[in-house]
Design a protein. Structure first.
Length: 88
């Protein structure tokens, strides 16, 4: 997110914030910004984790339908060559 901001740009942003809000409000604004950023990241991670959890059962379901489950002996339930179509 902040990867494209160089040192000069960062100093300029801090100076503008200092002029707008004054030295007494700046620490409070920094804390509020940090909390907001932390909550945003937490929410984004929750959404990503939920999507991954939704996809796990779908992937397992797809494996069951294709017969790609492992049997007790450790070999595949269906051989990959069985899925090929024979020429007419």
């Amino acid at each position: 997110m902040l990867g494209n901001i160089g040192p000069t740009t960062l100093v300029l942003i801090i100076l503008i914030a200092l002029l707008l809000f004054g030295p007494s409000k700046l620490p409070e604004l920094g804390r509020a910004f940090g909390r907001t950023l932390r909550e945003f990241k937490k929410g984004a991670n929750e959404v990503i984790n939920e999507e991954e959890e939704k996809r796990k059962p779908e992937a397992l379901k797809g494996d069951k339908e294709n017969g790609n489950l492992m049997s007790a002996e450790g070999d595949r339930g269906k051989d990959a060559s069985d899925n090929r179509r024979l020429p007419d």
